[in-house]
Design a protein around this ligand. Structure first.
Ligand SMILES: Cc1cc2nc3c(=O)[nH]c(=O)nc-3n(C[C@H](O)[C@H](O)[C@H](O)COP(=O)(O)O)c2cc1C
Length: 138
């Protein structure tokens, strides 16, 4: 199995209802192929972790990369795993716009402004740390 983490920039405004629509589709698709993970949204950026069988995750990621709702997709981490961190989640989700971000142990000011591809290169370890926090928040 692998775990793939990427960051991306939303191409347009993402209202709560647009996010929910995206998530509904993602959850039902992921359930059928046994992929799980977490999606975070903050200030026009997405951070997603995908976990599952290597080929399944890579095929899904190819599809996600081509999605016109976001761009500047940058892989932050791609590692082999033996155990899933989010085994019960077809796709956990947190809209960090509606969340007191400063209360997060993984809080980092990169959550406060829209990032571009150049920024993504520098935040990899911080994002991974942040994502790890979410296992215990729910
Ligand atoms: C930030 C982002 C994250 C996404 N995550 C997933 C996902 O985890 N699973 C998924 O099936 N689709 C996800 N999508 C949607 C896919 O890009 C694509 O629209 C969808 O899988 C198409 O499903 P269909 O082939 O069943 O029509 C995501 C899209 C975006 C913009």
């Amino acid at each position: 199995m692998i775990r793939l983490i990427y960051a991306s920039a939303a191409t347009g405004e993402f209202s709560e209802s647009k996010l929910m629509q995206l998530l509904g589709k993602a959850r039902s698709n992921n359930e059928s192929v046994n992929v799980g993970g977490l999606l975070l949204y903050a200030k026009g950026n997405f951070f997603q972790i995908l976990e599952g069988e290597k080929d399944t995750v890579e095929t899904l990621f190819c599809k996600i990369q081509q999605d016109e709702r976001h761009s500047s997709v940058v892989v932050l981490d791609r590692s082999e795993i033996t155990k899933r961190n989010f085994p019960d989640w077809s796709m956990g989700f947190k809209n960090l716009e509606q969340f007191d971000r400063k209360k997060l142990r993984g809080y980092n000011d990169f959550l406060d402004h829209k990032l571009d591809e150049k920024d993504f290169g520098e935040i990899g370890p911080d994002v991974i740390y942040l994502i790890e926090q979410f296992k215990s928040i729910w």
